[in-house]
Design a protein around this ligand. Sequence first.
Ligand SMILES: [Zn+2]
Length: 68
Amino acid sequence: MASCTRNTLIAVDHHTTIHEVGEGGVQAVCSCGWRGPVFGADKTAGTMDPLQRAADAGDLHEWEMSLR
Ligand SMILES: [Zn+2]
């Protein structure tokens, strides 16, 4: 809590971080309690990096919340 380096363009309190879940799964979790879908636990993700997909989901959530 000592530092705040997130994007200052987003004024609302939505800050997502990537958590590992299960066996090889990754998920974006927001400070508001929102959780994104789990990526990477199964192998259906194709060529995209599960970490990148989880981060994208988190970014999308932050962006959507910033519009309200
Ligand atoms: Zn949020």
